[in-house]
Design a protein around this ligand. Structure first.
Ligand code: AMP
Length: 357
């Protein structure tokens, strides 16, 4: 929805394909194709109707796009999508292009699990290789008895990964057009139950560490020869950082860029798609983004009428018009500018998150 709105700002029109005919994009797309992501005829129709095509979701089956990429302008190409769709492939690819990862082992049987645990020790994490997101398909193993929890997953391919006792998680979001790679200010991500809760920018990392994170990310993107947008999520521990996963699409941890930066992740992706030159983003002020999940909706009116902001602070509520509300479903987000992490805690815990619901 947000990408479509940005495309309209450039005077272009959009055709959107989504299996859900109540999805947020139906409110804004010029034309909507309601079809599953593996409906080849519908994907082809989308390509035929479009001058340029992109994807906003990792689970579009990349093998369907091989033939379409050869004939139509899928400008990011299928490679970053393909590489991001399988955790084993994704991590092997990250290592191949110079990024450090947590140690990991492929796991398809109880014997593989036993062997991986023997190598890694406890705690360690089992993850399904495909279709996992927001902590789904993951089990943290603390002792032998947790192996039984993994057992039901062993009919699908998985990995077992070293547990990184990280100091913080961060995102590096880049857009590359072949001439130039721009990098958004690095945000610190705080997750709750495996789902992003807050993005806080700037981080309190040293300038040296931030520079190394940015340089390694740009080198990775160039070495892999990806174009378009890419978000890489890292674990930071002391002065080291470990690639966790990547997404070749605008990312939730980049929503803060809409109001927090001089240009945002959607605008730069649209510029890439339209062949307009990219602009180096700058942070306008310390910014905090909070996700609104299904169970958080009661807070929204409070965010809409904040009386606890300082005069230079602004608050922007974005709701996604999703028809069905479910706990843990991302329903919207709030961005607060000129707000530090400490100020946010004071504001949120004392003025918003109080139990008069
Ligand atoms: P993922 O789906 O891989 O992003 O995992 C969801 C969340 O689980 C991450 O954002 C981390 O907070 C946590 N997590 C995943 N992998 C690890 C790991 N190897 N060590 C420690 N925490 C992890």
């Amino acid at each position: 929805m947000m990408l479509t709105e940005e495309i309209h700002n450039f005077g272009s029109k959009t055709v959107v394909l989504d299996p859900d005919n109540t999805c947020p994009c139906t409110h804004v797309a010029d034309e909507f194709i309601c079809a599953s992501f593996d409906d080849y005829a519908a994907l082809k129709e989308l390509c035929q109707k479009s001058d340029v095509v992109t994807y906003e979701f990792e689970n579009v089956k990349s093998h369907f796009l091989i033939d379409l990429e050869a004939k139509y302008n899928i400008k990011q190409g299928i490679r970053p999508l393909f590489d991001s769709q399988d955790r084993l492939r994704e991590k092997e690819n990250a290592k191949k292009h110079g990024l450090k990862t947590a140690r990991f082992f492929s796991c398809q049987s109880r014997a593989d699990l036993d062997q991986a645990v023997k190598e890694l020790g406890y705690p360690c994490i089992y993850k399904t290789r495909t279709l996992g997101y927001d902590g789904h398909g993951q089990v943290i193993l603390y002792s032998d008895k947790d192996k039984d929890t993994v057992e039901p997953y062993l009919n699908v391919e998985g990995i077992v990964e070293e547990f990184i006792d990280f100091d913080l998680e961060v995102s590096v979001i880049m857009v590359r057009d072949g001439d130039k790679t721009i990098v958004f200010p690095i945000g610190k991500n705080i997750h709750k139950n495996g789902i992003l809760d807050l993005s806080i920018v700037p981080t309190k990392l040293s300038r040296d560490l931030e520079n190394r994170l940015k340089e390694a990310s740009v080198r990775f993107m160039e070495s892999a020869d990806y174009r378009g947008i890419l978000c890489i999520e890292y674990f930071v521990k002391n002065s080291d950082f470990y690639f966790n996963e990547m997404a070749p699409r605008p990312h939730n941890s980049g929503h803060y860029t809409i109001e927090g930066c001089t240009t945002n992740q959607y605008r730069e992706l649209v510029k890439f798609l339209l062949g307009v030159s990219l602009e180096e983003p700058k942070l306008k002020s310390p910014t905090v983004m909070k996700n609104i999940l299904g169970q958080d909706l009661w807070m929204v009116p409070k965010f809409e009428k904040p009386n606890a902001l300082k005069t230079d602070q602004d608050l922007y509520v974005h709701m996604y018009s999703k028809k069905e509300t479910r706990p843990l479903r991302k329903m919207g987000h709030v961005t607060m500018t000129n707000m530090t992490e400490e100020e946010y805690k004071e504001f949120y815990e004392r003025k918003i998150c109080v139990a008069d619901k």
